[in-house]
Design a protein around this ligand. Structure first.
Ligand code: ADP
Length: 190
């Protein structure tokens, strides 16, 4: 079984590429952002709690996020592979993920980071806000907060998996198809 972390700052194209990769390789795509938005849409207690952090550009507390992720993984025991999109977002979440996979005699095969500069991602997120309906996409200060959280809390996850050479970087600017080819080639070579 192959387990991939698709990594990168907000707006780097993880969601788009993760879906395409999941279709191509027949993997399950798990996006914690999408899971939270489904909870928010269903007006659940978890959704309301998550929204209070998401609307400020902060991470949702680990306990909530890890519990939700674990449930999703456990609901899908027979998949050929998983693409994790938006998780792990800090080192504690990475440790929890490793533990969860180890319980199943599995591990992360690779972390692939999409490299996109700040100016480009702010432009992309503001553009996305016109159609996404996401309040966290429409405000430059909230977007900058998300980028700062990425640099401070999330980026260390790259180094965590780099220690045993599982982290890779792919240039994240270009057409969707070009970037998809770069990612597919890397995964096919694993
Ligand atoms: P983006 O990658 O564009 O920031 P996501 O849909 O992945 O969008 O995430 C939206 C928001 O959901 C994040 O800003 C954060 O508040 C929350 N979130 C998503 N995944 C996690 C996670 N693993 N840990 C904590 N919070 C998360």
């Amino acid at each position: 079984m192959i387990n991939i972390i698709l990594f990168g700052p907000p707006g780097s194209g993880k969601g788009t590429q993760a879906q395409k990769l999941a279709d191509k390789f027949n993997f399950l795509h798990i996006s914690t952002g999408d899971l939270f938005r489904a909870e928010i849409g269903n007006k659940t207690e978890l959704g309301q709690e998550a929204m209070s952090y998401i609307s400020k550009g902060l991470l949702v507390p680990d306990e909530i996020t890890i519990g939700m992720l674990r449930k999703k993984v456990e609901e899908n025991p027979d998949v050929e592979g998983i693409i994790f999109d938006g998780f792990p977002r800090n080192v504690l979440q990475a440790e929890a993920l490793d533990e969860l996979l180890a319980e199943r005699d599995q591990q992360i095969s690779a972390l692939i980071a999409l490299d996109v500069d700040d100016e480009e991602i702010i432009g992309r997120i503001l553009e996305r806000s016109k159609t996404s309906g996401r309040s966290d996409d429409a405000d430059v200060d909230i977007i900058k907060n998300r980028i700062n959280v990425y640099k401070g809390e999330t980026a260390p996850v790259f180094d965590y998996y780099l220690e045993d050479e599982r982290s890779h970087t792919v240039h994240g600017v270009g057409s969707i198809e070009e970037i998809f080819t770069r990612l597919s080639d890397l995964i096919s070579a694993l």
